[in-house]
Design a protein around this ligand. Sequence first.
Ligand SMILES: *Cc1c(COP(=O)(O)O)cnc(C)c1O
Length: 362
Amino acid sequence: MTADLESSWRNARPAMAGVHLDSAACSRQSHAAIDAAAAHARHEAEVGGYVAAEAAEPVLAAGRCAVAALTGFDADDVAFTTGSSHGLDLLLAGWQGARTVACLLGEYGPNLKVMARHGFQVAVLPVDADGRLDVDAAAATLAADPPGLVHLVLLGSHRGIVQPVAALADVCRPLGIPVIVDAAQAFAHVDCAHLGADAVYSSSRKWAAGPRGVGVLAARRGLVSDETLAELAHIEANVAARVGFSVAIGLHVAAGPERIRARLAEVGALTRATLAELPGWRVVEAVDEPSAITTVVPPEGVDPVALRSWLIAEHRMVTTCAGVERAPWEMTRPALRVSPHVDVTGEELDALVAALRAHPVG
Ligand SMILES: *Cc1c(COP(=O)(O)O)cnc(C)c1O
């Protein structure tokens, strides 16, 4: 069953020139998604861009439907954006309530900038030593001093910990505090359909394996102002990329989101167990954390920026250097992020470990 998922996922896309361990940055697209986007661009040339956009509406509607199913919203509540940051920007720009927000210690650095730009004051919710939200302590904090909204990154860019968002949403509901979820890393990776949030936003290119430059925002009616939604409907958009994303997410649903989630949790465990063999390196997540994002802190003297480049140049292995700016309040040292998709093999992870062992220290 699982072997089937791995090979069909791999066979559905172009061959990788090396080893791809970077789905948290950008997954590899399928032939079907690439071809659909290309066919739409061709159709634009044949019939005109605006006529082609009308013809593509059923595909885009199917894409919104799939996003709705995966986030627990109605299709009418889903809008295309240019990415996760755009989704947050839209939500905060027209915010009607108090401009105070509570978030995690590991809040994504660029999100903090968006919050500051819109005049939000940020408070930090209590977390444990791993950076996982302490729901009971947070409940007390929120009840004592309710912010205008709670913003939670369900799964971090800098750390593969899945946060207990649904439990906190249960706390916020009776307090009347809206909950917004950054699902940039969580969408098409962990369950986002039962969060009980007021808004969820994400990107196409990460675990959903769609094209770059597309995102989605699902929000309960009234949370985003009508003016903002009307503007969004009329700004220029890369329709071909939205078509590609709609196809990608359709394939995700067809492959079985639950099956993909289970396999990604297995991939995370395998990655962490394999990397734990490296002396001097520290794997940040617990082995069984149910995500496929693994971060490792290198020994003193190894610069992850240079290491990432070296892995590409010498071994054709793509990873990410996660600098402290990704979670400026939580990270004290940069880490190497390893984020394979469902098709990774044990040999590929062994090859990464062998490469890292051979990397000069100091
Ligand atoms: C990638 C990422 C974003 C930003 O997504 P874009 O599509 O680049 O705007 C936001 N939050 C998290 C947690 C991310 O990993």
